[in-house]
Design a protein around this ligand. Structure first.
Ligand SMILES: Nc1ncnc2c1ncn2[C@@H]1O[C@H](COP(=O)(O)OP(=O)(O)OP(=O)(O)O)[C@@H](O)[C@H]1O
Ligand SMILES: [Mg+2]
Length: 255
């Protein structure tokens, strides 16, 4: 989650989902953004009457009827389309918007090791429901002034729901996104912003940056992983995330 556009949420969700599933975890990826970029980037071809996250949240279908396999083994998707915008009124009218997604996802606990939810950029009812459902929140934020503002707003939104007891979510980490380097030198703006992020969240929560690179864009547009493009060296943010998730799940670092 990150409450501005273009912060790397969907990029992180797609690549982390593939990385985890290729490592043998059973992953459920959920597209909770009406822009439906996760659905597109995972190559899912949604037919007009197929159940999506909207129908699942409204309780019109069982959760399992909105889950589709992806082309990658162990990776499954609950897709969305722009109809998901209609869920906002439903969630606010339900009176239990912040806990509804968590409740709907209970059946998935048996079948999946990890559930990844890609959030929309606006502070909205669906964001509240995602924070209410999450055990951990991963915040990518661009290494720019705009990105830092987005991080602060996202932390505020999480804290607000924690304070009223509507969420137990902890921040898993913060990933600086599009960290710019020229040769061996980090640009001044990136350096200052990453320092500012560290000051805000503390050294322990900061994860290795996703560097500014055309390779990531290629991976997403071609439906490949960075390793499949021959760029193993760019996968280190996901290796670090994998270790952090493995430790939380009670494994050891090498898992
Ligand atoms: N390493 C990278 N370097 C440069 N650009 C990148 C990199 N990775 C992804 N991008 C591009 O950055 C843009 C924003 O990424 P992404 O869609 O993941 O952000 P988002 O937070 O999900 O945005 P939104 O809030 O609109 O859903 C995309 O156009 C993507 O192709
Ligand atoms: Mg997105």
């Amino acid at each position: 989650m990150s409450l501005s556009g273009g912060q790397g949420k969907t990029t992180t969700a797609v690549l982390l989902g593939k990385y985890l599933s290729q490592a043998g975890r059973t992953v459920l990826a959920i597209d909770a953004d009406p822009q439906s970029n996760l659905t597109t980037f995972l190559g899912h071809d949604l037919k007009s009457n197929d159940p999506t996250l909207l129908e699942s949240i409204k309780g019109d279908v069982d959760l399992e009827d909105s889950i589709y396999p992806c082309t990658v083994d162990n990776l499954f998707l609950i897709p969305s389309d722009d109809g998901l915008d209609n869920v906002q009124d439903y969630l606010s009218g339900s009176g239990v918007g912040a806990i509804l997604l968590k409740r709907r996802l209970i059946p998935a606990q048996e079948s999946f090791d990890i559930c990844l939810i890609d959030s929309p950029p606006q502070r909205s009812q669906i964001c509240k429901s995602i924070i209410g459902a999450a055990d951990y929140i991963l915040i990518p934020c661009e290494a720019t002034v705009k990105g830092f503002g987005s991080l602060v707003r996202t932390l505020d939104a999480v804290n607000e729901l924690r304070e009223i007891g509507a969420s137990d979510a902890e921040v898993l980490g913060v990933i600086p996104f599009r960290d710019r380097w020229v040769g061996n030198n980090q640009t001044k703006e990136s350096l200052l912003c990453v320092d500012e992020i560290k000051r805000e969240v503390g050294e322990s929560l900061i994860l290795p940056s996703i560097r500014e690179s055309e390779r990531y864009k290629q991976a997403i547009s071609q439906g490949k992983t960075l390793a499949e493009l021959g760029c193993h060296d760019l996968e280190y943010p996901f290796e670090a995330l994998f270790k952090r998730i493995g430790l939380l799940a009670g494994g050891n670092e090498s898992e």
